[in-house]
Design a protein around this ligand. Sequence first.
Ligand SMILES: [Zn+2]
Length: 275
Amino acid sequence: MPELAELHTIAHDLKNAKIINQKILDIKVHTTSIIRPVKEIDFINSLKNLNILDIFRKGKYLVIKFIDKYLIIHLKMTGHIFLKEKSYAIQKHEHIEFILKNNKLIYFDPRRFGRLYIVKNLDLFFKNIGPDALENNLPFEYFLKILKSKKLQIKALLLDQSILAGIGNIYADEILFNAKIHPETIANKISNNKIFDLYSSIEDVLKKAIINRGTTLGNSRSNFSSIYENKGQNQNHLMIFMQKICPICKKSVKKIKVAQRTSHFCQSCQKKRIK
Ligand SMILES: [Zn+2]
């Protein structure tokens, strides 16, 4: 599932491709189940002939701004945005085409869990989404207060988008390994020093993933790729997620379920007791 670093890569590439200030000349909807509003004509009419004013990321969402509304894209498991030549003929699982002057944006999603929403009020849409894990300078005081107040397992807390937006399974494991914290540790039992390590690790891990242009875990077209269908490179730099040997102590990496997600950790480097 694309997380913060992958969405950052998509938003960054779209900006560099000079999509901002381009007009949506037409929209072709081939699958209506993924659009909101569901009625094709309403979806098309509300965006047709509007200029794209901005593109940014909020948590795991891509936001495209128009004069009086936003198109919010949630890629979920296998959603992708591709930038193609105007003459490009769509292929299987390519559900929506946004026609621009010289090219077009394609929404591709083999599993069809993704959603494209047209909304007027961004704050209302994101009312249950917490502050972004990387942008807006997440204050340490907020992070400390949240951790001290939660009896949740720390891995579950990092995955909870209502607390902190943008972190998914891959980067949660990487962040906890970097901070040397066991994924099942209860958040309010973690010492202030360790909380600071965790706070720094969020930034370190996510910035590294952004520099590496996201994580692509397999070769199929459903795995993450950029708008140009290039793979990310962060899979070559993962420390613990889907690894066999701990890069620090060389012991074998353990796998357990935490918050219903497979979690990778080193039982030697990430002890349960945190002091
Ligand atoms: Zn280790």
